[in-house]
Design a protein around this ligand. Structure first.
Ligand code: SF4
Length: 65
């Protein structure tokens, strides 16, 4: 299986919190209300993919190496 890479474009994050709600161990809002990606070992890829789908600014990108 190919390894998936997750990128979070903080600049376009508007701090809605949807990613943190779906995958709270993988995403966390920082003090500036911008999401941080904490690592793909902290949630299932399904949860991370769901966060990417729900993100209103589409700033979570998943690529396959
Ligand atoms: S879902 Fe997208 S816009 Fe909302 S907090 Fe997460 S990264 Fe930011």
């Amino acid at each position: 299986m190919k390894k998936k890479e997750v990128f979070l474009d903080k600049f376009h994050c508007k701090g809605c919190g949807a990613c943190e709600e779906v995958a709270p161990k993988a995403f966390r809002l920082d003090e500036a209300e911008k999401a941080d990606f904490l690592g793909d070992d902290r949630a299932t890829m399904e949860e991370i993919e769901m966060a990417a789908v729900l993100c209103p600014t589409k700033c979570i990108e998943i690529t396959e190496e």
